[in-house]
Design a protein around this ligand. Structure first.
Ligand SMILES: NC(=O)c1ccc[n+]([C@@H]2O[C@H](COP(=O)([O-])OP(=O)(O)OC[C@H]3O[C@@H](n4cnc5c(N)ncnc54)[C@H](O)[C@@H]3O)[C@@H](O)[C@H]2O)c1
Length: 362
């Protein structure tokens, strides 16, 4: 299996990047990747969906305390955010992950999502303008494409009306960033549309941290395999796909992290148009049943699963055309489905060893 941190793209200038949501799932892997490539990092998080001990793990993997500063800041609190920008006038780029991300919760509590995801974004863009930070990367999602007619999905596939408030914050977020760039002469932005992020760092020191009952396929698989959940239900086995179950494009979180670093390097090198959009997926869909088989193969465990009815609102199949990221950023995913399952399983076992689930570790 490949490991991250071996890329030839090393940043020798020691530029400083501000990362919001830097202790979260994708943020922590990206902070590791940035540090390994020689960037300095200012990482902000309010630990709403993450833990401070993740920062020690980041240091354990990437070393060098002098190069990273962690701050407990809610980015919606503008006074506190302004102090960060005053303290670090050397910031040359921003990677903005901080947001709530649970689709179901967003339907039940839409204002929580519009409030945090949109106000957080506006507040960080206002600081970018005030402190003249030109380079901005926004975490978007393939959810902006909705239920597509044609596969694979390219960046020019038309966007659809969002089905959830969470999805709406991504569609609106993209629009807000685009309008901001067009109105701000020095600004440039990259919108990264992730497909299905999964897996964990190959060290098993950082990964996705379930705060509530997991909802995404890979964390559910590892939760069932470790006995935290009884059974996985495969929602729908009569779709028009290879084996009747839904198809998704699972992308390893370390591949995603690498794409953020490459996108930031391209922005800093002035190689991109004012606003660029990139799909980040591996370009191949895996069915739910194939994902289960991949897990069983790498773990040697038989998974308890049941075949169930279709679930309302599920997209049948979606996977990315990532040629643009390949051509423009020089990015290609290196991890496959088995790597995703192996690293996710190692991470789950590591959390069990640490008694994370039983001790309510904070
Ligand atoms: N994980 C996915 O499946 C996925 C898919 C597509 C897009 N995304 C987007 O990628 C980004 C990162 O997702 P993730 O999976 O790492 O989620 P995550 O919840 O693990 O990380 C988000 C981090 O942001 C922090 N945060 C939230 N609101 C904040 C605020 N107001 N101030 C400071 N910190 C705040 C949380 O505490 C958390 O640590 C999000 O914008 C998400 O919508 C995620």
């Amino acid at each position: 299996m490949n490991t991250v941190g071996t890329s030839k793209h090393v940043n020798k200038t020691g530029k400083t990047i501000l990362v919001t949501g830097g202790s979260g799932y994708i943020g922590s892997h990206t902070v590791v990747n940035l540090l390994e490539k020689g960037f300095r990092v200012i990482s902000l998080d309010n630990y709403d969906n993450s833990h401070k001990w993740i920062n020690n793990r980041i240091l354990e993997i990437a070393g060098n305390e002098a190069k990273v500063h962690f701050h407990d800041v809610d980015i919606c609190e503008k006074q506190k955010l302004r102090k960060i920008f005053e303290k670090y006038p050397e910031i040359s780029g921003i990677i903005h992950f901080a947001a709530h991300k649970a689709v179901g919760e967003s339907v039940e509590n839409p204002l929580k999502y519009y409030d945090n995801n949109l106000n957080g974004l506006i507040s960080i863009l206002q600081m970018a303008a005030k402190f003249q930070v030109p380079n901005f990367i926004f975490s978007s999602s393939c959810t902006v494409y909705g239920n597509v007619d044609k596969l694979p999905v390219t960046e020019s596939t038309p966007l659809q009306t969002a089905e959830s408030p969470y999805g709406a914050t991504k569609v609106m977020g993209e629009r807000i960033v685009t309008d901001f760039v067009h109105a701000t002469p020095i600004a440039k932005a990259v919108l990264l549309r992730y497909f299905n992020p999964a897996g964990a760092h190959s060290s098993a020191l950082i990964g996705e941290l379930p705060q509530n009952k997991p909802a995404n396929l890979v964390p559910v698989i590892t939760a069932v395999a470790s006995g935290k959940m009884d059974c996985l239900t495969v929602f729908g086995t009569d779709y028009d796909t290879r084996d009747g179950s839904c198809v998704r494009d699972y992308i390893h979180v370390s591949d995603l992290a690498e794409a953020h670093t490459l996108a930031m390097q391209a922005l800093l090198n002035g190689k991109l148009n004012r606003v660029e959009v990139f799909n980040l997926g591996i370009g191949q869909g895996a069915t739910v049943l194939e994902a289960i088989k991949a897990f069983e193969k790498v773990s040697g465990k038989k998974l308890n699963y049941a075949l169930g009815q279709r679930r309302k609102g599920d997209v049948v199949a979606i996977y990315a055309d990532y040629q643009k990221a390949q051509k423009v950023l020089g990015w290609s995913p290196i991890f496959n489905m088995e790597d995703i399952m192996r690293t996710a399983w190692e991470w789950e076992k590591q959390l069990d060893n640490d008694n994370y689930f039983t001790s309510g570790r904070q």
